[in-house]
Design a protein around this ligand. Structure first.
Ligand code: CAA
Length: 693
C-alpha cells in the first residue's frame, strides 16, 4: 500500500484515507494506492462497507494537473472509478472542502455520498480546456437529470453541499462528518449495493431543445471549445448506455487535452498562482496592517476602499472637503449595495463591512495608518503635493503606496523620508471588482513592503503582479503599443469595425476602438498634448484620434467617437462624420487605403504586444513571461483560453511572431524596432515559456 493511501478498520467498516497535501489531488501514487486497496477490501471478510475519506483541508480536489503534460501513468482514473463502483461492498464517500473534477468523479463512483455542510462540489474541467474524463459527464446526468448536469459541466462553477443534495449528487449532509460517515456505512452494510442504472438517462428534452441549448453554450463560450464538447458528452448520457457514453467521453477528453486551448488554460491556472511568488519577494516578510488610509475618494479611491473594507481592513478615506468625504462614503455604500443586489453579500455583511469605513476631510487622520494608498488625480504635481503632506503627517515607518497607472512614483516622492517604504499599487477600475493589481517596485522599495502589498492584495481576493518602473508599467505599456498599431492600421485603410471585429473573433471582449470610445478619448488627448514636446519626431504620429476630439467627439459619453452611439445605448454604430474625417486625413497624408485581412490584423496587433513585452522582460520590468500573461488576462480581457500574449506567441511559434514583427519594422523602421529578446527566441523558434522558471 502507498503511503498516501491507508486503511484502518473498525467494527466491520474499513476507512480508506487519502493524504496527499496540499489538495489531495488524485495523482499516480493516490490512484495506485486506491487501485491496490479495492481487492484487499474485497477479500477481507471482516469488512462489510468502506468509507473513502481524505485527510487535511479537502477531499480530492481533482486530478493532478501537473501530470497532464507527461504521458498517462496507469492506473487511469476512469478505470479506478469503475473498479470502485464494481466492488461488491458499499463504498461511502465522505466529502469535505472542495470536491472538484476527478474528486467528484471518484465520489460518483462510490455508491453513497455524505458531505460536510460547508463542502463545495463541482466539475471545473472546462476551465482547464478539458471535460470531466472519469465518468463525470455520464454519472452526474444519471443522478441529477439534464438541467443540473449541463449547468455543472459546461460552466464549471461549483455548487454548495445543500445544492448538491437538492440535485441528487449527495445523499446526506453532516456537521460531524467522521461520525456520520461511519453511521452511513453501518446503515448500508450488508444490504444490496446501490448502483447507477447503466441505461441511457431519461429526459423530456427534444432534439430541438438540445440544439438550442448547445447554441447557448457556444455563444457564452466565445470561442472556447471545451464547454461545447463537454455539453456534447452530457447529451450522450441521454442516448447511450453507460459503457458507450464513457468510451465517447474518454475520446473527447483525449482530443481536448492535446489542444492549444487546454495547454493555455493549464498555463493560466499555474501562472495565476506563480505570479504570487516572484524572486524579488523571496526575502520579504509581510508586515501587519491594522489600519489603512486612502487619500482621495473618487471612483478609484472609493473602489480601493471598498475592496479594503471587504477584506476586513479598517479604512479611512481622506478627502479635501466634508462634501467630498460624504460623496466618497456614498460611493462606497453604493458599491456594497450593488454587491447585495447581485447576491454577492448579505445585508448583514454589508453593514458589518461598512462599519469598517470612516471618511474625513482631516488629513491628520493618516497619522495612525500602517499603510496609506494615494489615489488622487493622475498628475505629477497633484501627487507630489499629497506626498509632501504625507512626509509631514504619516508615521515615519508607515508604508506609502501610490495608485498610479503611468507615472514613475520616484518622480513625486523624492522628498519623502525612508523611501524603502514606498511602492506603487496600480489598481484597475472598478477597483472593487477588477482582480488585477500591479505592485510597483521602485529602486528603493524594501522586500517587506512588497510582500505586504502582495498579502493585502490576496486578502482583497486580487491577483498581484510585480512590475518594475516604466511608462505605463507592464499592462498599459503593452496597451500603448497595441493602440498605436491599431491607429496605424486604421489610417492605412482598415476600418475601426473591421479591426474591432477581428479582435473580438480572436476572443477579446471588445476591440481597441470600442475600448477607446468607452474609456473616453479626452484622457489620451491630454496625455498626447503633454508629451508632444518629448515625442520622437521621426516616429509616425496618427492625428486621427486628436482630430476626432477636436471635432467635439470624445467617445461613448458624448454620443460619438470612433463610432456613433444612440442615447442610453452602448451599441457602436458607424459614424459617417468620423468616417469622413478619417478619409480626409488619409487623403491629407497621401495614404491610399489598403485592404487588410482579419488574420493580418490579428497577427500584427499580437506581434507588437509581444515585441513590447520582450523589451519589458529584457529591462527586468517583468520577471517572467507568465507575469505579462497574467496582467493581460486579469486586467485587459485577454482570453484565458489563449493564456495571454506570450503563451499565444509560443502557440503560433515565436519564429512566426518574429517574422510578422520584422515585416512591421521593415515597413516603418522609424516607428518600430524588433526587440532583441524577440529576435533571440524567434531565431531559434524557442518558446517564451522556457523563461518562466
Ligand atoms: N493538481 C495539482 N496541483 C494543484 C491542484 C491540482 N488539481 N489543485 C491545486 N493545486 C496546487 C496549486 O497549484 C497550489 O500549489 P502551490 O502552493 O505550489 O502554488 C496548491 O495546490 C494550493 O492551491 P491554491 O493556492 O489554489 O489553494 P486554494 O485553497 O486557494 O484553492 C482549490 C484550492 C479550490 C482546490 C484550487 O486549487 C483549485 O481550484 N484547484 C483546481 C481544481 C481543479 O481544477 N480540479 C479539476 C482537475 S482536472 C480533473 O480532475 C480532470 C479529470 O476529470 C480526470
Amino acid at each position: 500500500m502507498s503511503s498516501t493511501v491507508t486503511i484502518t478498520r473498525q467494527d466491520g467498516i474499513a476507512v480508506v484515507t487519502i493524504d496527499n497535501p496540499p489538495v489531495n489531488a488524485v495523482g499516480q501514487a493516490v490512484r495506485q494506492g486506491l487501485w491496490d486497496a479495492v481487492p484487499v477490501l474485497e477479500e477481507d471478510a471482516s469488512v462489510q462497507a468502506v468509507v473513502l475519506a481524505c485527510a487535511g483541508r479537502t477531499f480530492i480536489a481533482g486530478a493532478d494537473i501537473r501530470e497532464f503534460d507527461g504521458g498517462s501513468m496507469q492506473p487511469w482514473l476512469p478505470d479506478l472509478v469503475e473498479r470502485i463502483h464494481a466492488s461488491s461492498k458499499p463504498w461511502i464517500a465522505a466529502l469535505h472542502g472542495t470536491v472538484l473534477g476527478g474528486g467528484l468523479e471518484t465520489a460518483l463512483g462510490c455508491h453513497c455520498r455524505i458531505a460536510d455542510s460547508r463542502t463545495k462540489v463541482g466539475l471545473p474541467e472546462v476551465a482547464l480546456g478539458i471535460l470531466p474524463g472519469a465518468g463525470g459527464t455520464q454519472r452526474a446526468p444519471r443522478l441529477t437529470g439534464a438541467a443540473a448536469a449541463v449547468q455543472l459541466v459546461t460552466t464549471g462553477a461549483p455548487i454548495s453541499a445543500a445544492q448538491a443534495m437538492e440535485v441528487g449528487l449527495v445523499d446526506r449532509l453532516s456537521d460531524d462528518l467522521t461520525a456520520d460517515a461511519m453511521t452511513f456505512a453501518r446503515d448500508v452494510a450488508g444490504k444490496p449495493v446501490p448502483r447507477l442504472d447503466p441505461a441511457p438517462a431519461q429526459t423530456d428534452l427534444t432534439a430541438d431543445d438540445w440544439d438550442k441549448l448547445r447554441a447557448e453554450v457556444a455563444k457564452k463560450a466565445r470561442g472556447q471549445i471545451s464547454p461545447v464538447r463537454a455539453f456534447d458528452s452530457v447529451r450522450n448520457a441521454f442516448t447511450m448506455d453507460l459503457a458507450d457514453g464513457m468510451k465517447a467521453e474518454r475520446e473527447i477528453f483525449l482530443e481536448l487535452k492535446e489542444t492549444d486551448q487546454s495547454k493555455a488554460l493549464r498555463h493560466a491556472f499555474f501562472a495565476e498562482r506563480a505570479v504570487g511568488k516572484p524572486a524579488a519577494l523571496k526575502s520579504g516578510t509581510p508586515r501587519d496592517i491594522a489600519q489603512l488610509a486612502v487619500i482621495g475618494g473618487g471612483l478609484m479611491g472609493s473602489g480601493i476602499a471598498t475592496a479594503a473594507i471587504s477584506a476586513g481592513y479598517p479604512t479611512t478615506i481622506v478627502e479635501q472637503s466634508a462634501e467630498a468625504a460624504q460623496a466618497a462614503q456614498d460611493r462606497v455604500a453604493g458599491n456594497l449595495a450593488s454587491a447585495v443586489k447581485r447576491g454577492k453579500i448579505t445585508e448583514a455583511t454589508r453593514d458589518a463591512t461598512l462599519a469598517l469605513l470612516t471618511t474625513t476631510d482631516d488629513f491628520n487622520a493618516v497619522a495612525t495608518a500602517d499603510l496609506i494608498i494615494e489615489a488622487v488625480f493622475e498628475e505629477t504635481d497633484v501627487k507630489r503635493a499629497v506626498f509632501d503632506k504625507l512626509a509631514a503627517t504619516a508615521r515615519p515607518d508607515a508604508i506609502l503606496a501610490t495608485n498610479t497607472s503611468y507615472i514613475d512614483p520616484t518622480s513625486f516622492t523624492a522628498q519623502v523620508p525612508n523611501p524603502e517604504r514606498i511602492m506603487g499599487l496600480h489598481f484597475f477600475s472598478p477597483a472593487h471588482i477588477m482582480r488585477l493589481v500591479e505592485v510597483v517596485k521602485t529602486p528603493d522599495t524594501h522586500p517587506d513592503v512588497l510582500a505586504t502589498g502582495f498579502v493585502m492584495a490576496k486578502k482583497m481576493r486580487k491577483v498581484a503582479v510585480l512590475s518594475g518602473i516604466c511608462d505605463g508599467f507592464i499592462g498599459n505599456r503593452i496597451l500603448g503599443a497595441y493602440g498605436r498599431m491599431a491607429g496605424y492600421l486604421l489610417e492605412d485603410g482598415a476600418s475601426a469595425a473591421q479591426i474591432d471585429g477581428a479582435m473580438k473573433a480572436f476572443g477579446m471582449p471588445m476591440g481597441p476602438f470600442e475600448m477607446f470610445d468607452m474609456a473616453g478619448l479626452q484622457i489620451g488627448y491630454a496625455n498626447r498634448k503633454r508629451e508632444a514636446a518629448t515625442r520622437d519626431p521621426n516616429r509616425r504620429y496618427s492625428r486621427i484620434p486628436d482630430l476626432i476630439v477636436e471635432d467635439g467627439a470624445t467617445g461613448q459619453k458624448t454620443g460619438r467617437g470612433f463610432y456613433r452611439y444612440e442615447a442610453g445605448n452602448r451599441a457602436a454604430l458607424p459614424s459617417p462624420e468620423t468616417d469622413a474625417l478619417i478619409a480626409a486625413e488619409r487623403a491629407a497624408q497621401g495614404i491610399t487605403p489598403r485592404d487588410f485581412t482579419d488574420a493580418q490584423i490579428v497577427a500584427m496587433l499580437h506581434a507588437v504586444q509581444v515585441n513590447e513585452a520582450a523589451m519589458i522582460l529584457a529591462e527586468g520590468v517583468a520577471e517572467r513571461p507568465l507575469d505579462i500573461d497574467v496582467v493581460k488576462m486579469m486586467g485587459y480581457g485577454y482570453p484565458r483560453w489563449r493564456g495571454g500574449p506570450m503563451q499565444q506567441a509560443d502557440a503560433y511559434g515565436t519564429a512566426q511572431v518574429l517574422a510578422t514583427m520584422q515585416a512591421i519594422a521593415d515597413a516603418d523602421p522609424a516607428s518600430w524596432q524588433v526587440a532583441p529578446l524577440l529576435r533571440e527566441v524567434g531565431v531559434q523558434n524557442s518558446p517564451f515559456a522556457a523563461r518562466n522558471k
